[in-house]
Ligand binder design. Structure first.
Ligand code: ATP
Length: 328
């Protein structure tokens, strides 16, 4: 859905992106993370076509963003880290303006204004001037403007900054709904615990280079709890060790097994299953229970975003690769 190739971006006296290449699959939610100044906003601005790279290309839904920005914008929504609203316009006017600028007819625009206002809990504010809204409400109007034309891709730069815990939680719910509707999201944020709730992938950047990019679940292959690319791993927490391990695990691959963190009798097992096979998850649990397992917890194993981020911070930047791509 998003393809970036060999992107180099220079600001006066400073190279912000050093030949970044990546692909983001449709339907994923990617956490874009990295220290201050890493190049996250620059990358998002290049994907939207707001920043012209020195070299390289970006494509969204197969459209070259630098060559055909207008057409590409029909497929994407963008929330800038410092967004502005028309202060004297009402919420309805702002949303309608955004809809019509994306080419929607007056009738369709008005229908979308009401649908988006409902989705973002703004229906009661439609007649209010945006200058009279709270920070969280303004943020929701800005997000509403970004999704008014039902884009396939939504790029959000620090969408939760300045929001209270309740507003942040409803934002997480909204992002999950949008993903369920088939949207592809890229969310830049420093609040990793929240990103972890709804992101399927991590894209970590440091000093203008990608240090990690991949899925957050255990099916990410080597390093992801021992899963092969075609597998996912279930984490099973037991109240006591398995009484009949041979029968309980027959036909499954045991990836790992440890005592629980509490140091008592609890045990943790990691068991590989074919990816995408929902029936296998049910059958495994039934087989465990049938063989006397006292199951306390049963969930897809997942490397936390915090862990992945920490690993990516510790990964050395390859000086050789850096040297080869330094100046074109
Ligand atoms: N307009 C500009 N002129 C000069 N340098 C810039 C400009 N915009 C960004 N930079 C520099 O480019 C680098 C990347 O900036 P960018 O805003 O993309 O980082 P970021 O990862 O989004 O940071 P943050 O987490 O602080 O928002 C930084 O070193 C920044 O100082």
């Amino acid at each position: 859905m998003i393809e970036v190739q060999e992107l180099i971006v220079d600001y006066p006296g400073h190279r912000a992106l050093h030949g970044v290449s990546l692909q983001i699959e449709a339907g994923t939610v990617t956490a874009l993370v990295g220290p201050n100044g890493a190049g996250k906003s620059t990358l998002l601005r290049c994907i939207t076509g707001l920043e012209a790279p020195l070299s390289g290309s970006t494509r969204v839904a197969g459209i070259d963003v630098q060559q055909e920005p207008r057409r590409a914008h029909q497929y994407m929504g963008y929330l800038s880290d410092f967004f502005g609203l028309y202060e004297t316009l009402s919420v309805a006017q702002c949303l309608q303006y955004a809809a019509e600028s994306q080419g929607l007819s007056r009738k369709d625009a008005i229908a979308r204004v009401h649908a988006v206002a409902e989705q973002l809990a703004l229906s009661s504010k439609l007649g209010h001037a945006t200058r009279n809204l709270s920070r969280g409400q303004r943020q929701r109007v800005a997000i509403g403007q970004a999704i008014i034309h039902q884009p396939q891709v939504l790029l959000l730069d620090e969408p939760a900054s300045g929001l209270d815990p309740e507003a942040r939680s409803s934002l997480s719910t909204l992002f999950r709904q949008l993903q369920a509707q088939g949207m592809t999201l890229v969310v830049s944020s420093h609040i990793l615990s929240e990103l972890d709730e709804y992101c399927s992938h991590i894209l970590s950047i440091r000093e203008g280079r990608i240090t990690s990019h991949g899925p957050l679940n255990a099916a990410s292959g080597p390093g992801g709890n021992g899963a092969l690319p075609s597998e996912l791993v279930m984490q099973v927490e037991l109240a006591v060790p398995l009484p009949q391990p041979d029968g309980a695990l027959a036909g499954y691959r045991l990836v790992d097994m440890r005592a629980g963190r509490d140091g008592g009798d609890t045990h943790l097992l990691w068991i590989a299953l074919p990816a995408q096979d929902r029936a296998a998850r049910v059958q495994l649990l039934q087989q465990l229970v049938a063989h006397g397992a006292q199951v306390l917890g049963y969930q897809e194993a997942r490397t936390s975003l915090q862990e992945r981020y920490q690993q990516s911070l510790e990964a050395p930047v390859d000086p050789q690769a850096l040297f080869a791509k330094e100046w074109p």
